[in-house]
Design a binder for this molecule. Sequence first.
Ligand code: 5AD
Length: 349
Amino acid sequence: MKNIKNLIEKLYFQSNLTDDELIILLTQRKSDDSEYLYELARKRQAEHYGNKVFIRGLVETSSYCKNDCFYCGLRRSNKCAQRYRLSKEQILSCCDEGHPLGFRTFVLQGGEDTFYTDNVLCDIISSIKNKYSDCAVTLSLGERSFESYKKLFEAGADRYLLRHETASPEHYSKLHPGEMSYNNRMECIKNLKSIGFQTGCGFMVGTPFQTMENIVRDLRFIKTFAPHMVGIGPFIAHHDTPFKDERQGSSELTLFLIAVIRLLLPAILLPATTALGTASKDGREKGVLAGANVLMPNLSPKDVRDKYLLYDNKLNSGEEAAENIRRLKQSIKDIGYEIVTDRGDSKAE
Ligand code: 5AD
């Protein structure tokens, strides 16, 4: 049996492991192994980003969604969900609020809402970029055509987040209705990168039916695809979805995977996600200490925040709220890191 410590060192020095070694690492790890892994992940993080942590202002643009993913509270079949969509003016005023707080990246995230045509989005993107030329715009608006992505890029969007959700086709089909396609999702992610976006993929930890083999496939996909950003967070059930009775994903495994991903791709941007903060006390801080270097406080208008519910108990106040950035800065300082006012571009190729 391979010694776990040796595997962690191999991962650190070679930025890679075989699939068999990854399985051993994930299934045979003990709690005292994680501290060592986190320490090496922090070293790699420091080589590329020092002790800097980047922040993104998250604007949740719409709770309408044409998709019906089994895990998500915004799925179209959820008749109890409260739906809203933000106008261009509302989105711009979120940016107006965020800029003086130090945000230099705005993330427009929303369900797949057909209201936002290419023209509507291009107008919003170019308005933000004209007003705030020192800022990056990140989109997280789901699957669109190649031509659409290209127009959004040409309108000035810098980055795009589209989690792959799972790199195993058979697992994908257990999380999504038959009308949704694994191949199309992967195609979209590849298109985004080829168009020139700083591209993010990612997956949930502990979704129903997920095996360690599935997770290894996710890690292999991430290593091979080499995105600029990777977002992972624990699955958390939403009470009005088919997965309402499913158990929550492990925060501990999520932290372990954040560190593994930092070592696989040392220069990428890795957020400590809201789901991680929701699932575990001090989840965000623990995420940073495991190798994460991005936080995404909520900059949405306050009256819509409790309507954008992907899962139960989603944090949207306290340090999760952009207006409380001072408190977040302090708690990050307390663990030896510094939140900076910076676009925070990826140092990954
Ligand atoms: N628990 C955790 N994360 C979720 N997401 C959607 N639903 C849930 C849930 N129930 C994640 C998906 C999606 C991102 C925006 O939020 O990975 O890509």
